[in-house]
Design a binder for this molecule. Structure first.
Ligand code: FE
Length: 340
């Protein structure tokens, strides 16, 4: 018993010593993104401000659970997701607090951030159709909806409905088409799938090259990552494929974000605000675009060459914070349609 108390005493003293000795400013991030570019930018932030960045990377839903369990004891200041839907979900659980919108609302278009300032997008993603031009006639391509036409039977590749990107895409179709047509779309797409959904976005592109299907629903930056892969085979595959931006004649291509938010109990709130503004600055926005091939949310930032080659496009500018109300229904539709 005495040993235990002594150990406990030593532990407590050591802990106190550690926390007192470090008067360095910190900011603690829980991130569902796993990219080199992010870590490079965090190091640059520390270099410029002296604020140390502690990064916890994990699956987004695990991080949401962790924030819930930790409650007001959470060390997290910032929460990062690679999907608007998950950010909305975290907000609904009361895990976030509003940020100071003064600079952010000048830099980021309103549709890419929460109207109550609980989160903002810091990179923009387009979920598009990637196709093999030897197998698909450009005239066949128009909208997400048109992928359900019978001539696409056995030709479409798309990942599982467990994937957040597909859930948010389905929410956007619900917003645009209503329940009945969104269900018809999901059923039609399932009927045209080249295989039972498996793998990630990159795997869908590789499956076209392997002859499994002809066109895939994919986020554009995966094409950038494949084209710049250290693996020659991946570079070769990507260079044979083309990108098509759907729904250019109507609402525009579906847009998602990587989002950032200050957590409800952030111990270092002003450092968190500073890091958000740093990531939204033109210099950081350029890094996300050049190294990760994501679109800048800051509209004044010039796109790197590859993004320019893909071309400008009309984006679906339905405010992303309005997709929250459709996320639950999206899961029901996936079930009803048998999209696993
Ligand atoms: Fe991704």
């Amino acid at each position: 018993m005495r040993t235990l108390s002594l150990t406990l005493f030593l532990f407590v003293s050591l802990f106190t010593l550690l926390s007192c000795s470090s008067d360095q400013e910190v900011v603690n991030i829980y991130s569902g993104r796993h990219y080199q570019a992010d870590e490079e930018l965090f190091r640059e932030f520390t270099r410029q401000t002296g604020i140390r960045v502690n990064l916890v990377k994990a699956d987004t839903d695990q991080l949401i659970n962790r924030l819930e369990l930790e409650g007001s004891n959470s060390p997290a200041d910032l929460f990062i997701t690679a999907d608007a839907g998950r950010m909305i979900h975290a907000g609904e659980k009361g895990l976030l607090q509003p940020m100071d919108p003064v600079k952010i609302s000048q830099w980021v278009p309103a549709y890419l951030r929460d109207s109550q300032h609980y989160w903002t997008g810091f990179t923009k993603r387009a979920r598009v159709i990637v196709y093999d031009p030897d197998l698909v006639d450009l005239a066949e391509l128009s909208t997400y909806e048109a992928l359900t036409q019978p001539h696409w039977k056995g030709r479409i590749l798309v990942r599982s409905s467990q994937n957040h990107y597909n859930q948010t895409l389905m929410a956007s179709l619900l917003a645009a088409l209503g329940e009945e047509q969104a269900l018809q779309w999901a059923r039609g797409l399932v009927a045209n799938m080249a295989q039972t959904p498996r793998g990630n976005d990159r795997d869908q592109v590789k499956a076209i090259a392997a002859g499994v299907g002809h066109a895939a629903i994919v986020n554009t930056y995966y094409m950038g990552l494949l084209l710049n892969s250290p693996n020659a085979e991946e570079r070769n595959i990507a260079s044979r494929m083309k990108i098509f931006f759907p729904n250019q004649q109507d609402r525009g291509s579906h847009i998602n974000i990587s989002g950032i938010a200050i957590t409800a109990h952030a111990p270092n709130k002003s450092n968190a605000q500073q890091l958000i503004e740093f990531l939204l600055s033109p210099a950081s926005q350029r890094v996300f675009a050049e190294e990760n091939f994501e679109y800048p949310v800051h509209e004044e930032v010039e796109w790197p060459e590859l993004l320019q080659q893909w071309g400008t496009f009309k984006a679906d500018t339905l405010p992303l914070d309005q997709l929250g109300q459709h996320l639950h229904q999206a899961m029901i539709i996936f079930n009803q349609a048998g999209w696993h």
